[in-house]
Design a protein around this ligand. Structure first.
Ligand code: FAD
Ligand code: SF4
Length: 509
């Protein structure tokens, strides 16, 4: 063979132009390595799903006639690092060149280039042919702007791809954004659709991971792994989402319910992030559903905005801020994560349910991640780097390019407000309105102080008080500070005292 082509575990796109032709001089290399199982403590289902999907992908490539070298985790010749294996395989095959697709993580991008620079081999990096924007495109578009508003980028993308536009190039329905229609609590009907995802038995793979001593968190559910593991399964999931959930996606996008953990979300993030699905095909499918009268415009626009807007936007933020973004801590938060982040054993029912669900299923939807777990972390002042590593591990869809800007930037405002124009925080009133979590909670959402008071309340006011130097001039927070200043000093003092006490015993909440 003359060429090795590396396929990373999140590059499982059978439609990539690499695979259009069979070439006996090319060996496709996929590898399971400790470097990847160990860079953070991952959810068991995340490791299982990625390895199982890689194995499936290798089978498909072989069936299509390609030469494939699959390095299993247990293989005796496995060097357990990507460069280590590439080096050994290049020698083994007498390869003269190595090619890889642009990695999405800075970590791998830097590692591969550093390795290649020391090699006599020719090397080449090709596009992964997945995203709708190049790495540096957001930065170029935003040049000279003080704030990198997602909405500005999103409209630009809608125009460029002619999505949800009328014949005159104007947004369908007369508005670019239907966010205001998409904020309803869920009354219990229509019912959450049944879980449409396939079930796989990967107990054999799980036993192998155990034999190798791979550490993980959460429940493996190896005998009933519920994630799409190849493109055909992912497409079936997309169709089920379009038919069964998209019509209600908009209305209940921000809702949370103890009996309905998935609600009307797509659960497509894993399939998208490992590139079994292409973003544009998913968006066009949703647009077609609206044009065919199968889903309302507000729902379809909301869904399109997440993928065409937010997903591409956070990737642009990532590439313009790396390296170094992962260590930003603009608000100077340093408290360690409470122990119940790994068990869900807390009396705060919203956190208990959201974290237990994350441990059980490796998934929580956006508002649980942002307005329950992230909200609490920001109000309490948890260390954003520790929090980032927790998010990077626990979710099935967590890859640094998308997880880091969402956690550190959007959720924790640790980047100094580059993404979030104001901190995403709330007291208990918001959670009581949008969820049924407060019913049956050990705490009372209406109380601010005292032993039964919901911790979100005192922590909320204390957060704004502690950070008034950084935040009080933000015009989007004028009302909050006006309310705080109107409070009698004894009440302010009581809230400060309550918050101090709570922050001193987070493990016991
Ligand atoms: P749906 O609600 O059905 O949305 C459809 C699709 O839109 C998703 O599959 C996803 O591809 C995309 N999307 C939606 N919101 C975002 C967003 N904010 N950024 C990027 N893409 C978005 N998403 C990840 O893919 N990986 C992560 O590691 C990740 N970490 C997050 C951490 C925090 C603190 C927060 C607040 C959000 C994070 N998100 C992350 C974004 C979002 O929560 C998930 O994409 C979503 O919950 C996945 O579930 P779903 O497929 O059912 O999404
Ligand atoms: Fe969460 Fe407070 Fe409601 Fe309990 S009362 S569920 S802690 S918001």
């Amino acid at each position: 063979a003359r060429t090795l082509r590396l396929v990373l575990g999140d590059q499982l796109n059978p439609g990539h132009s690499w695979f259009q032709q069979v070439d006996a001089q090319v060996v496709y290399v996929l590898m399971e390595v400790r470097q990847e199982t160990d860079y953070v403590l991952h959810h068991a289902q995340k490791i299982l799903a990625i390895f199982a999907a890689m194995r499936d992908f290798a089978r498909q490539l072989r069936a299509a006639g390609h030469r494939v070298r699959y390095v299993a985790l247990e293989s005796a010749s496995n060097r357990q690092s990507i460069p280590g294996n590439l080096q050994a395989l290049a020698r083994h095959y007498g390869a003269r060149s190595v090619q890889w697709q642009q990695p999405d993580e800075w970590r791998l991008d830097a590692q591969l280039q550093a390795w290649a620079a020391t090699q006599p081999l020719a090397w080449d990096i090709v596009d992964s042919e997945h995203f709708l924007t190049a790495r540096g495109e957001l930065a170029a578009l935003m040049q000279g702007r003080r704030q990198w508003l997602m909405e500005h980028f999103y409209r630009h993308m809608r125009r460029r791809h002619r999505l949800l536009l009328d014949a005159d190039g104007q947004p369908e329905g007369g508005r670019w954004n239907f966010d205001h229609d998409n904020r309803k609590p869920w009354p219990g009907t229509p019912p959450q659709p049944p879980d449409w995802r396939p079930t796989h038995d990967h107990s054999g793979l799980w036993a192998m991971l155990q034999r190798c001593g791979v550490d993980s968190l959460g429940q493996p559910q190896a005998a009933a792994l519920r994630w799409p593991l190849n493109r055909a399964e992912a497409l079936a999931c997309l169709e089920a989402f379009i038919a069964q959930a998209l019509p209600h996606f908009g209305d209940y996008e921000d809702a949370m319910a103890s009996q309905a953990p998935r609600l009307f979300h797509s659960l497509l993030s894993f399939a998208l992030n490992v590139k079994m699905l292409q973003p544009l095909e998913v968006i066009r499918r949703a647009e077609a559903a609206w044009r065919g009268g199968l889903a309302p415009l507000a729902a379809v626009e909301g869904f399109v905005r997440q993928i065409l807007g937010w997903r591409e936007y956070v990737r642009g933020i990532y590439w313009s801020c790396m390296p170094g973004y992962e260590n930003r801590n603009a608000l100077g938060h340093h408290l360690p994560l409470p122990r119940w982040f790994w068990t869900g054993d807390t009396g705060m029912r919203c956190l208990q349910l959201s974290i237990r669900q994350s441990l059980q299923t490796a998934h929580a939807h956006h508002i649980q991640r942002l307005m329950v777990i992230g909200n609490f972390a920001l109000l309490a002042g948890l260390d954003p780097v520790a929090l980032h590593r927790w998010y990077l591990g626990i979710y099935i869809d967590a890859f640094e390019w998308v997880e880091l800007p969402n956690t550190l930037g959007m959720s924790q405002s640790a980047d100094g407000g580059l993404i979030a124009t104001k901190p995403y925080v709330s007291g208990a009133a918001y959670l009581q309105r949008m969820t049924d979590y407060c019913r049956g909670c050990a705490y009372d959402p209406r109380q601010r102080t005292g032993p039964r008071a919901c911790p979100f309340n005192a922590l909320y006011w204390d957060f704004f008080d502690r950070h008034s130097t950084a935040l009080r001039d933000n015009h989007r927070l004028t009302l909050v500070y006006r309310q705080w200043q109107k409070m009698p000093p004894q009440q302010q003092e009581a809230l400060r005292g309550q918050a101090r006490q709570l922050r001193g015993r987070l493990d016991t909440l």
